[in-house]
Design a protein around this ligand. Structure first.
Ligand code: PFF
Length: 512
């Protein structure tokens, strides 16, 4: 099974990368960590780990794919030439699966907001508090189990709808599902985002009494460098974390997608194009829309909203104050929904591929089983909605901590087991651009060191707080149990897959 075209795989990987991280997470992170100054650690992380690791994932994935493996356990076994390495692949299944359980809920909020804009329910006038209340009630933050409180317009309907759309698309497979959808969704996203961007950049100074709250003021607020931030380790951590999250590197997604690329086709330029596309969406669209718009209408108060507050409370306030706000509100949330769905599909695919190839079941069965498991996880996140605590805990353990662990493991395997020589060969085969040799040096030495430092800092910085949480907070503890239970299930499944693959002779490595 292969991608239909080079454009198709680039759009699929870019679709995975461009998501809520670009439009909601990035502006918040940049604003809190030094504004324009944030871009320095951000670009260093992009050059030192983002692009090199993305290339490493493309190379390892394609290599293993041509050896007949598409799922992380098989890919790791094939790279290390050891069947036991399959167990390491567990992380590359657990991460996308667990992230899916909460990402899909946020995706459903976007769909819900798009619908409520279209139907006029979000025309709440210029009452700043009303939007905060709407968001809290809609997402069930006032208490566990309250996310169904809105009855007919409850978020549950959108969660179910989002789930169904994801599984219908993923069951259709790589070409007919993911590739076809991304080819249509990516251009549409650019169109919607540019409409909103033009609207924001032409707002001028809407309130003559507040001349500072203009487009220029908004851009200045977002991008004005606060150099002191560079001295804080937190800034560097945030920048590296943002690069991983945004590029979908360290999630087990790119190795899977790349395994469906033909042996002689380019991956070097494809990888770079997907990365560049993500950066365009993140810096040029995400960075110019969300926060500047919020500042124009809300002034410096815009900086006080968290990631979700910015997207779901500050922006509705902005739309309420601008001409044609209802239309632009709809376009914005619909665009976010599209961005999210092309990402959530990429979280399902690695696990489906493993069920198909490791357990020998059909794609439909694989989709149904995965649907069941992920529904349990999402129900957990949906129920424990007070202060979004389940979401927050799973995001920390999986989306912040485990991804750095996996990225570290991958970079060590690439640099020291698979080897940069083979890596370079793989990346160069069919390449349409020449990758500078320095990249392989970076990958062998600098990337693992950089990652180990980030890992150590993450543990030092947030570890104690979260361990404390586990001891004192039931939801935090249950979140960890849930993650461990899914990990255990995956390990058992991998054990079974190893037995199957051994019998089939899939571990009789050809000498290449
Ligand atoms: N890169 C996506 C974003 O920026 O929103 C998030 C993401 C995609 C996370 C795929 C995990 C994943 F497997």
């Amino acid at each position: 099974m292969y991608w239909g075209s080079r454009l198709g795989v680039v759009l699929a990987v870019a679709g995975s990368a461009v998501g809520l991280g670009n439009f909601l997470r990035f502006p918040g992170q940049a604003a809190q960590n030094g504004g324009g100054a944030f871009m320095i650690p951000y670009f260093i992380a992009l050059l030192l780990v983002g692009i090199p690791l993305a290339w490493a994932e493309w190379s390892m994935g394609r290599y293993a794919g041509t050896n007949g493996f598409h799922s992380a356990p098989g890919i790791f076994a094939s790279l290390c030439k050891s069947k036991w390495a399959s167990f390491m692949g567990m992380m590359a299944l657990l991460i996308p699966l667990m992230i899916y359980t909460y990402y899909i809920i946020i995706e459903a909020w976007c769909l819900g907001y798009a619908w409520h804009y279209l139907s006029g329910n979000l025309n709440l006038g210029k009452d700043a508090d009303a939007y905060g209340e709407f968001f809290k009630t809609f997402t069930g933050q006032n208490g566990n189990g309250t996310a169904v409180d809105m009855g007919q317009t409850s978020v549950l309907i959108f969660v179910v709808l989002t789930f169904v759309i994801n599984f219908v698309l993923i069951r259709r497979g790589i070409n007919k599902g993911i590739e076809t959808f991304c080819k249509f969704a990516m251009p549409l996203m650019i169109f919607c985002a540019i409409c909103v961007l033009i609207r924001v950049l032409t707002l001028g100074t809407p309130d003559p009494d507040l001349p500072g709250q203009s487009v220029a003021g908004g851009l200045n607020f977002m991008w004005n460098p606060e150099w002191e931030a560079l001295a804080r380790p937190q800034t560097w951590l945030a920048a590296a974390g943002q690069i991983f999250f945004s590029l979908s590197v360290g999630f087990g997604v790119i190795i899977n997608y790349a395994s469906y690329v033909r042996k002689k086709e380019d991956i070097a330029l494809s990888g770079l194009t997907a990365t560049a596309t993500n950066e365009f969406f993140e810096v040029c669209l995400g960075g110019l829309i969300t926060l500047p718009a919020a500042f124009i209408f809300l002034g410096t108060a815009a900086g006080g909203f968290g990631t979700f507050g910015l997207g779901f409370v500050a922006l509705p306030n902005v739309f309420s104050a601008m001409p044609y706000g209802q239309l632009f509100g709809f376009l914005w949330y619909f665009m976010l929904f599209l961005a999210a769905i092309t990402s959530s599909l990429s979280m399902l695919q690695p696990v489906i591929a493993f069920f198909e190839e490791g357990l020998g079941v059909s794609r439909t069965t694989a989709a149904l089983v995965l649907g069941g498991v992920s529904a349990i996880g999402s129900a957990f996140v949906f129920y424990y909605s007070a202060n979004l605590s389940a979401l927050d805990n799973i995001d920390f353990w999986v989306g912040t901590f485990l991804i750095v662990v996996l990225a570290t493991v991958q970079s060590v395997i690439y640099g020291w087991v698979f080897g940069t020589k083979r890596g370079e060969e793989e990346l160069s085969r069919g390449a349409l651009i020449q990758v500078p040799r320095g990249v392989f040096f970076i990958l062998k030495y600098l990337t693992p060191i950089f990652l180990l430092i980030i890992l150590g800092m993450t543990i030092y910085d947030s570890g104690p707080g979260y361990i404390d949480n586990i001891q004192n907070d039931d939801v935090a503890r249950r979140s960890v149990y849930l993650i461990l239970a899914v990990a255990a299930l995956l390990l058992v499944a991998i054990g079974y897959a190893i037995l199957r693959w051994s019998k089939q002779g899939k571990f009789d490595w050809p000498d290449n």
